[in-house]
Write a protein that binds this ligand. Structure first.
Ligand code: DAH
Length: 347
């Protein structure tokens, strides 16, 4: 009896091992050894013929055999299931795994749209540094020392001072507008050219629904012979109609910027009440301010070594968040920077 049990043990384990990875062969082995007429079941039945004195020992050995075979089969079936789970088998009736695509941030989307309009009008895109010197952020743009925007309250100053021998000692700061890129570009390029400059700007304003210490601007500058105020009006009208709709009307209000002369603030007819002055977005005025603009001040040209008698130019600067808020009807600038996916998903 003992020899027979040893023999079946060896045979069964060998057979199960070679049926590895094959469900049908494993099932056949199970029937062969453990089935109702299987070899191990038959062994239990044959106990009747065993000498009663040897029965307990024989029973113990057959039980061990049964346990070993059962365990070997279970192990093989388990690893087979793991292989199948890992893609060994493809069930094309299972639902697919959908992946949510990311999308552009509404500010990036708005910048792309603004730049796209100007690119179609012949402008090209230029960028400049966010850490600037007082010279580029103020002086070269004809913003004198006593101008209120030079006050530390309106600009983040950085402790480090630029003491390179080739420059006059300069205070570093976080640029408070994109206009310094006008100077950087003109120092290195000759007219005619038309550029748009997107980027981040920084101002130490207390944060509220319409103020953020960091926001984005798009600056524009077109320089050449005989550029006129009518060019500025034409370009900005095309821009406003493309971004806010073809029925948009424009209003140029006289204003002041040190780097342009004359200067204007540009309003669009309210996109909510269609300029009727009947809503809270325009405060009942019917107009919404969208940007500052003007003809480049000859002093700015002189600062970059251009002949201010011959060269003319137009310039403008707009706040991207403001444009995006008007376009999409967003009433709080902080929503752009909170990274709340429920807000961002909507664009
Ligand atoms: N730099 C101005 C600001 O930050 C915006 C601006 C106004 C830019 C008029 C211009 C301009 O180029 O011509 O408020």
């Amino acid at each position: 009896m003992k020899e027979k049990i040893d023999e079946i043990t060896q045979e069964a384990l060998k057979e199960i091992e070679s049926a590895k990875g094959d469900r049908a062969s494993l099932e056949a082995a199970r029937v062969k050894y453990l089935g109702r007429k299987g070899m191990i079941t038959e062994l239990f039945k044959s106990m009747a013929q065993v000498d009663p004195a040897e029965r307990p020992e024989a029973g113990r050995l057959i039980n061990i055999l049964k346990d070993n075979v059962t365990k070997a089969l279970d192990d093989q079936l388990l690893s087979l299931a793991k292989v199948e789970e890992a893609g060994g088998r493809l069930d094309i009736t299972l639902p697919g795994i959908s992946r949510r695509l990311g999308k552009k941030h509404p500010i990036t989307k708005t910048i792309d749209e603004i730049l796209g309009i100007f690119i179609s009008l012949g402008f090209r895109v230029v960028e400049g540094p966010e850490i600037e010197t007082e010279y580029y952020n103020f002086e070269a743009l004809n913003i004198p020392l006593e101008h209120p925007s030079r006050d530390a309250f309106d600009t983040f100053y950085i402790e480090t001072v630029d003491r390179r021998p080739e420059t006059v000692d300069q205070k570093y700061l976080l640029r408070s507008h994109t206009s310094p890129v006008q100077i950087r570009f003109m120092e290195k390029n000759k007219p005619p050219f038309s550029i748009v400059v997107p980027g981040k700007v920084y101002r130490p304003d207390a944060t509220d629904a319409s103020h953020s210490f960091m926001f984005h601007q798009v600056e524009g500058l077109a320089v050449g012979d005989n550029i006129r105020f009518s060019d500025l009006k034409g370009i900005l009208s095309i821009f406003a109609r493309r971004i806010f709709g073809s029925k948009t009307r424009l209003r140029f209000r006289p204003s002041f910027f040190p780097f342009t002369e004359p200067s204007a603030e540009v309003d669009i007819s309210c996109i909510i009440c269609k300029g009727q002055g009947k809503c809270s977005v325009c405060g009942g005025k019917g107009w919404l301010e969208i940007l500052g603009a003007g003809m480049v001040n000859p002093r700015v040209f002189e600062n970059v070594g251009y002949d201010s008698e011959k060269i003319t130019g137009l310039a403008f600067g707009m706040g991207v968040e403001r444009i995006a808020m008007l376009k999409y009807g967003i009433d709080d600038i902080r929503l752009f920077f909170e990274n709340d996916i429920r807000f961002l998903r909507q664009f």
